[in-house]
Write a protein that binds this ligand. Structure first.
Ligand code: ADP
Length: 300
């Protein structure tokens, strides 16, 4: 019995954003705009993206016993995410301190906080949640040990693992072998492949498949995405949209992709849907605030 289309295991952060005329150099103080606080973190973003589309979604994550943690719980519940797996305590809620200058360039300091305390023990204790999901989606803003323990637990079930290795880090072979698909952007692909990556998305996909995942999706920004598995590859174009802010587009894409896989779509069909969700997300400012409903995707 699958109670959820999708379980996301990942991070939940408060994004603290200040606009500045100029980002400060070492030793310098600058005055900025009023502080704006947004719910964020790749795990929470993916869960919100999927739930807003109508997916039965749960999140396994850890926040602090503090106002930022409550902000995240509220935003997740408002989007319809099941928060039974939102654990509390151990450290303050993870925070991203973001300064943005008028050109849109930003500087970011992340304090992982409670995200760094989401442990393999937490994964073991969440066995029921893991057993109830068709697809489990992972990123790397939580400890790699924890990611590996989820991949191992899912291997014993009929569920499917989706991994976006962001921020990129070296991945153990067992984790790579569990991915179906591994979802990367250009930067993550080049990181995982190192020298000799080649210069085309097709060459990255071939190189990544050789590392062991069952399938690979390379996101290509305005150009859409490439889907590849050992049987072949296909490019899925994006839709022409007026891009306003690409923050969170990758999370919306991957949350949507993971949901459609959980709902029974094949990979190519799921990616055709996910590029529409990614395109919709770039037409509005912000991350979670920009994620579309199913009606908005259909109207695109
Ligand atoms: P990331 O945000 O992780 O770097 P991408 O920039 O590749 O990832 O974007 C993820 C997805 O969002 C793309 O595959 C695409 O579907 C969509 N997307 C991103 N930028 C645009 C854009 N300018 N126009 C249309 N779709 C976009």
């Amino acid at each position: 019995m699958h109670g959820y289309d999708l379980l996301v295991v990942g991070s939940a952060n408060a994004d603290l954003v200040i606009g500045v005329d100029r980002r400060p150099a070492a030793g310098e103080t600058v005055l900025g705009s009023d502080l704006v606080t947004h719910p964020g973190g790749k795990g929470a973003n993916q869960a919100v993206a999927a739930a807003r589309l109508g997916a039965r979604t749960a999140l396994l994550a850890r926040v602090g016993d503090d106002p930022h943690g409550r902000l995240l719980g509220d935003s997740l519940r408002e989007a319809g995410v099941d928060t039974a797996g939102l654990l509390t305590g151990g450290a303050p809620t993870g925070v991203a301190l973001i300064t943005v200058d008028p050109s849109g360039d930003n500087s970011i300091v992340v304090s992982p906080g409670a995200n760094a305390r989401l442990s393999p023990e937490d994964v073991r204790a969440a066995g029921e949640l893991l057993g109830a999901a068709r697809v489990v989606s992972l990123q790397l803003e939580i400890p790699l040990d924890t990611v590996a323990s989820v991949a191992a637990a899912v291997a014993a079930t009929d569920a499917r693992v989706v991994l976006n290795p962001s921020p990129p880090a070296p991945l153990p072979a067992e984790v790579l072998a569990a991915c179906d698909p591994l979802v990367v952007n250009e930067h993550e692909a080049r990181y995982l492949l190192g020298a000799g990556a080649g210069d085309t998305p097709e060459s990255w996909a071939a190189g990544l498949l050789a590392l062991g995942p069952r399938s690979v999706v390379v996101t290509l920004g305005a150009a859409g995405a490439l889907v590849a598995d050992p049987a072949g590859h296909v490019r899925i174009p994006s839709l022409p949209v007026n891009a306003v802010d690409t923050t969170g587009a990758g999370d919306a894409f991957t949350g949507a992709l993971a949901w459609r896989l959980g709902a029974g779509d094949d990979l190519e069909t799921a990616v055709r849907f996910a590029v529409r969700v990614g395109a919709a997300a770039v037409t509005r400012a912000g991350a979670q605030e920009s994620f579309p409903t199913l009606e908005e995707v259909a109207a695109l």
